[in-house]
Each structure stands twice: as C-alpha cells, then as structure tokens.
Ligand binder design. Structure first.
Ligand code: UDX
Length: 464
C-alpha cells in the first residue's frame, strides 16, 4: 500500500502555499495526498489558472467553513473558533472515516496539519492509529517565542496578557536576537492570540514530527534550543525544484488570485538588476495616505518598478493611486493585481524586493538571492524583519515616522542605500551567498533534505 497523507492547511494563502509545496514534495516521494481545504478557498484555487497536471496524485477536497470577515481582532478570534468547529477534530474524524470506507486500497496512513489546525487532533489520530505531524509555515523562532512565552510570564518579563513589562529592545530568548518590545508576534492580535499561542505550544509538544518551512542554517541557535523540547524538523525552503534548477519554468503555482503573467514579458525588456519589486503579500492593507506616499516615493526613485497593487490593498475601498501617477511612470513601471512571485523574484532584472516580510516572501527572496527593503505589517513580520536586517544582513528596514507613516524620502533613501552604497553592496553579496546555502539545504545530503527523508522513511516504515 502506498502512503496516503491527509494534509490540513490553515485556509489562508500564506499557509496554503507552503502546504501545497509540501504536498508536491510528498507526491514526488510516492505519496498520495488528500488536501483538505475550506469550500471558499477550494473554489478559488480551482478557478485560478492552475493546470490540471498539478493535481496528479493530489486530491483536493473541501468542507464548508463559515468565516465572517477577519478585519477586526474579534473577527480573527471568531475565525479561529469557526475553524476549530467547521474544520476541527470531529470533521477530520468524519473525513478519514469516509475516505477509508470508500477506498480499501488507499486508506489514509498519516495526517499532516498546520500547527493552527492541530488543536484536539491527536485523539483523532490515535483513534485511527495514524501518526500525526504538525506543519509550521513560519520560522522556528516564531514557534519558539510562543512556546517559551509562558516561561517569560513566569520570569516577570511579560505581563500575563503578553505585553512586555519594559518598553525596550530585549533579548527575550538567549538563542534569538534582541527584539523591540513592539515586535513581539502576538501583540497585534491581543490577549486571545497570546493565550492561543501558549496553548499551541502545549498541544504540539507531544507531537513527534514538527515540520518547519525554514532551514537549519538560518536559525541554528533557536533550532538547537527548541529541539530540547519539541521534535523540530526544518524542511525548507519549500520552493518547487523547477525554480531551483533553472531560471525559466512554465510551472504555474496554484493561487487564490489570477496571476498576471504579462509582467514577465515586461521584465524581459528591463536591464539586469534594475527593477524594484514591491509586494505586500495577500493580507496587508495600507491607508489611502500611505498608498499615495509610497506611489510618490516609487516615482521619485526614477527607477523601473513592478508593483503588486491588489484590489483590496487599500484600507476600506478599492485601491486608488495618486492623480496622474500612472501617466508619469508609464514608461518605467508595471502594475499588476497579482504577480507570479517566484517567477518574478527569479528574474535577472529584479534588483530588490520591497516586502512586508511575510515568511513565504522572505524564504522566496532568500532562495532567489534578492536583497530586501523591509516594511512589516503584522504577525511574525516584525520578527522576520529583525532576522533579515540584524541577523542575516540581507536587507534594510524602512522606518516609519512618529505617525506610523513611511515617507517618500525614507523609501527613496532605502532604495538608494541598498542599490548604490558600499553597505548595499555587502547586503547584495550576502544575499547571493545565502541563496547558495538555501539551495544546498534542500539538495541531496543537505540539512532540510535529510530531515525530510527521515520523515518520509518513518511514514513509510510504519506501513509495514
Ligand atoms: C501571511 C503572513 O503575512 C506571514 O507573515 C505568515 O508567515 C504567513 O501568512 P502573507 O501575508 O500572504 O501570509 O505573506 P507571505 O507569507 O509572504 O505569503 C504570500 C504568498 O503569496 C507568497 O508565497 C508569494 O509568493 C505569493 N504571492 C504574493 C504571489 O504569488 N503573488 C503576489 O503578487 C503576491
């Protein structure tokens, strides 16, 4: 019997993407994969321009999930609770029963669930005699912060609601860099998420396999610390092999938005290392004033740019660019609503990436050797910026003014330092070096490749 993994992502683009990459990797190791999604995301993926061949040996299934808009803190809380109910343990139990009753020869043999979907799942796995692995789509350091946060409360470093007692840059964990107090990854979402993070640590601790979309070489100290408590297996960066071995690929990755591939033709016409790529992932939103300020900054650089302006990028309404902007930059700018980001980052014309520091974007940028200008927005993005800027030295921060606004002058200054100065040259060279290290991690004999093989072998062995 072939191994059959049931994959359970948190149904959001930033989590579905890496879980899809994992599905692909499993399939190329003779697994059959059932990929469970929420109805709404399932339909979005299938209606996007994803080729059918992507789904060879990956079966997509879905269940209805009632999630109201998650644009408030209460909304996020409700969303997590809705998932716990509509895609939670009893639903998973039913899904497994249905698959196994229908397919005697292709029963589920293991479960891999996003860490956010693991709550209460172990008893279901035990009931069906299946190994359960957790998948963390963000850095090991994020999980470590959550895991040790109760300890930080007991030491008196954090209040019981997760707010730091002192408002200064602090080394919260010896194996991690110092963080600004405002950079703690739960602060944006309030006490509920702080407590949920602590519970996540408790829930994950007994799980033998915790897979991370990261690689040892960029987080070695924190991997070593956390490994004393939890089964940490970094298997990233989870980038399709086509992008690692060649610069041109026809592979189109599944996406919730329709990719505007026309921007690739535009990139072909640009000089090497000349284009500023700007994208804030799938969730970040800017105020109207900030969007205007950014547009003016982009214009003032006088450089070619590719900018992803999602229709919902602007807070509250359809994104609006300043009057006359498009005319003024027509000869050197390309604006799309969703870019094929991996193809873009691997294009030789890209000089730098203005990013919100979502973990997938950071991993992709590292793997393609592109230096970053960091503009974090929420969740782990401030933590990721600290690593990009302070630890790996692959980018520069864009600093907000006292009203929280990144001004056009700051934007221009960041671009100029990164692309023209001695400091920028060092950063760009660092990016080229880490690109090789990242790719080595997933090659035969590399750290992530070894971890993945250990996991695959264990999942296959328990079939006998
Ligand atoms: C979120 C959080 O931001 C992130 O910090 C967390 O770790 C995961 O969930 P998101 O904001 O969407 O994700 O950012 P990111 O993690 O960067 O993921 C975005 C994905 O969409 C990337 O894989 C990127 O390649 C893709 N993308 C983005 C496109 O394909 N085209 C685009 O135009 C923009």
């Amino acid at each position: 019997m072939a191994p059959h993994a049931l994959l359970i992502p948190l149904p959001a683009q930033g989590h579905v993407n890496p879980m899809m990459q994992l599905a692909w990797k499993l399939v190329s190791n003779e697994f059959f994969v059932t990929f469970l999604n929420s109805d709404s995301n399932h339909n979005r993926i299938l209606t996007a321009n994803t080729p059918n061949s992507f789904f060879d040996n990956i079966r997509m299934i879905s269940v209805p999930v009632e999630i109201a808009p998650i644009d408030t803190l209460k909304g996020i809380e409700n969303g997590i609770e809705a998932l716990a109910k509509d895609m939670g343990p009893s639903v998973i139990d039913r899904v497994i029963q249905e698959i196994n009753a229908r397919e005697e020869e292709n029963k589920v043999t293991c479960i891999i669930a996003d860490v956010w979907m693991c709550f209460g799942l172990q008893p279901v796995a035990t009931l069906h005699k299946l190994p359960l692995a957790a998948f963390h789509t963000s850095p090991v350091s994020l999980f470590a912060m959550r895991y040790f946060s109760a300890h930080l409360v007991s030491l008196g470093i954090l209040h019981s609601d997760g707010i730091p007692k002192e408002n200064k840059k602090t080394k919260y964990l010896p194996s991690m860099p110092a963080l600004h107090s405002g950079d703690l990854p739960w602060l944006w979402a309030g006490e509920y998420m702080f407590r949920k993070g602590i519970r996540m640590g408790e829930e994950i601790k007994p799980i033998k396999w915790v897979l991370f979309n990261s690689f040892l070489e960029i987080e070695a100290p924190v991997v070593e610390t956390l490994s004393k408590e939890v089964g940490v297996y970094p298997i990233g960066p989870l980038i399709p092999p086509e992008f690692l071995h060649s610069r041109t690929t026809t592979k189109v990755l599944p996406s919730f938005w329709k990719n505007d591939t026309g921007c690739l033709q535009w990139l072909h016409k640009q000089c090497a290392d000349s284009v500023i790529y700007i994208s804030f992932g799938s969730l970040a939103v800017l105020s109207e004033k900030q969007l205007e300020e950014l547009a003016l900054g982009v214009e003032a650089t006088r450089r070619p740019f590719l900018w992803v302006v999602r229709s919902d990028l602007m807070k509250g309404s359809q994104a609006v660019l300043p009057a006359g902007f498009l005319d003024r930059v027509r000869d050197r700018g390309c604006i799309v609503s969703w870019a094929p980001q991996l193809e873009v980052l691997s294009h030789p014309s890209i000089a730098c990436f203005v990013t919100h520091c979502g973990w997938n974007s950071v991993q992709e940028s590292i793997t393609m050797g592109v230096p970053m200008l960091c503009w974090p927005y929420f969740a782990d993005q401030f933590l990721n910026r600290t690593y990009v800027v302070d630890v790996w030295k692959l980018g520069l921060p864009l600093n907000a003014n006292s009203q929280g606004m990144i001004e056009q002058e700051e934007f221009v200054k960041g671009v100029e330092i990164l692309l023209e100065s001695e400091q920028g040259l060092e950063i760009r060279e660092g990016a080229r070096k880490l690109k090789i290290i990242a790719r080595d991690a997933v090659k035969d004999g590399g750290s992530s490749s070894n971890n993945f093989n250990l996991f695959v072998t264990a999942m296959k062995r328990q079939l006998n």
